[in-house]
Design a protein. Structure first.
Length: 454
């Protein structure tokens, strides 16, 4: 039996609006949390990026929010990045408009006077990054004493970025009897501190692993010294696209974007030093196909929500397994097959081996072969990861036919649920030169170990 939004307690006017938007049936995270959230309970939700959790908290937020006075919002949604704030607004705005609720976003990189003017006019639901909101509170432009509903989205990412001290200060200013909805990919460590301190007998829900998740994302590790990575990256993104390439630093992202553009690849960079307009324009051009390759830093990883990304390239290896998962989660979304390629210098062999062990990925490096990205065979790693300075050794593993998968399936990246189920799905042409693309409905790229979505 299919569960509908109405079955979960969503009123008819919002059900009609959802249907108009093509959102006809709830995703698992919405099935699990909506009834409790609409009933006014605190929610502790374990759900990855792309699982549909934004709509899971948008609906109860709209239903539980009254009209606000100037400078005193009634609902607060805290998010770690500007891009995520914009994504939340896109989901929230149509529902809020149906109920006559005013929504605004506040985040760094924009003129603070705009935020001050909006708050003076009255904002019912405020979507904010912690830093900008703290500035507005300190200036006296925003008071949180009337906030009766709080959403903390991607709490684990806020912990990783060092935002939790500011988050706690902001929450301490809200009403003691508020409803608190918390969503996170993990619920341990610092996130558990938030749960115990700011939630009252929360309903705990976790999105179960999808058995189909094992086939969504494949992980390839190629040996590549620094002077080889530019050419190899260009070869990869010409072969498979659209592509997101991750670098360690902002300067490195700008430099690589210029180099790839010189090599004839339509490229844009996105990182914390870019203005909000520059970041939004880069994302819009990437979604629209004008740009085929986005070069980004880790800070931008969770703020990029684009379905049908053909490949993620770790030009610079991430600093931790969590960052690997966050980056890799940009591909394999909305039911598409994903591909992750990591470029590994010899000095990085020990760190790569540890990463593969942590995420339960098959150990070793693959021989560089562009045909495996979209070929008929899925290779096992063929070269062992040597001790520092020890060189590469054959791994004595054979290729398997397509469909065999990896013996070990990793926790790497990608979330099938990037897009809400819709009654009228469509596919568009790829607009990306010769690269294979999920946007075109062509055969998805192949290569490397299959992975469980995180």
């Amino acid at each position: 039996m299919t569960i509908s939004f109405a079955d979960l307690g969503v009123p008819n006017d919002l059900v009609d609006k959802l249907d108009h938007l093509g959102l006809t049936s709830p995703f698992p995270v919405q099935e699990l949390t909506l009834a409790d959230a609409i009933a006014g309970r605190d929610i502790c939700g374990k759900a990855p990026t792309g699982s549909g959790k934004t709509l899971a908290f948008a609906i109860p937020t709209v239903l539980g929010t009254d009209r606000a006075d100037a400078r005193r919002p009634k609902a607060l949604i805290l998010v770690p990045t500007r891009e995520l704030a914009s994504q939340v607004l896109k989901v929230l705005q149509p529902l809020a408009k149906t109920r006559g609720r005013r929504v605004a976003t506040v985040y760094g990189g924009t003129n603070i006077r705009r935020d001050q003017e909006r708050l003076r006019s009255g904002v019912d639901i405020l979507v904010a990054t912690p830093g900008r909101l703290a500035d507005l509170v300190q200036r006296g432009d925003c008071h949180l004493d009337a906030v009766s509903l709080v959403v903390i989205d991607e709490a684990d990412r806020m912990a990783d970025m060092g935002f939790l001290p500011e988050v706690k200060k902001l929450l301490d200013r809200t009403r003691d009897d508020r409803q608190t909805l918390l969503f996170s990919a993990t619920l341990d460590g610092d996130v558990d501190v938030l749960i115990r301190r700011y939630q009252s007998n929360p309903a705990r829900h976790a999105v179960a692993d999808d058995p189909d998740a094992h086939i969504d994302v494949r992980h390839v590790f190629w040996p590549a010294e620094r002077d080889q990575r530019r050419k190899l990256t260009g070869d990869i993104v010409r072969r498979v696209g659209p592509a997101i390439v991750f670098t360690r630093t902002k300067h490195g992202a700008d430099r690589l974007a210029r180099q790839l553009a010189t090599d004839g690849i339509r490229t844009a960079a996105i990182h914390g030093n870019r203005s909000q307009n520059q970041r939004e324009r880069a994302l819009a051009e990437f979604r629209g196909g004008k740009v085929t390759t986005l070069v980004a830093t880790d800070v931008a990883a969770r703020g990029i929500h684009v379905d049908d990304v053909g490949v993620v390239v770790h030009y610079d290896l991430p600093g931790s397994d969590k960052d690997y998962v966050h980056r890799s989660g940009r591909t394999g979304r909305a039911g598409a097959t994903g591909l992750v390629v990591s470029l590994v210098e010899e000095a990085q062999h020990p760190d790569t081996a540890q990463l593969q062990r942590t995420l339960d990925l098959p150990p070793g490096l693959h021989a560089i072969d562009l045909d495996v990205l979209d070929g008929e065979e899925l290779p096992d790693p063929e070269l062992s990861l040597a001790s520092r300075g020890g060189g590469n050794r054959p791994n004595q593993q054979q290729r398997r036919p397509r469909g065999g998968g990896g013996g070990n399936r990793g926790g790497g990246g990608g979330n099938r649920g990037g897009g809400q189920r819709s009654g009228n799905r469509s596919q568009s042409g790829n607009g990306h030169g010769g690269a294979k693309s999920g946007r075109s409905g062509a055969q998805a790229p192949r290569g490397g170990a299959r992975s469980r979505r995180s």
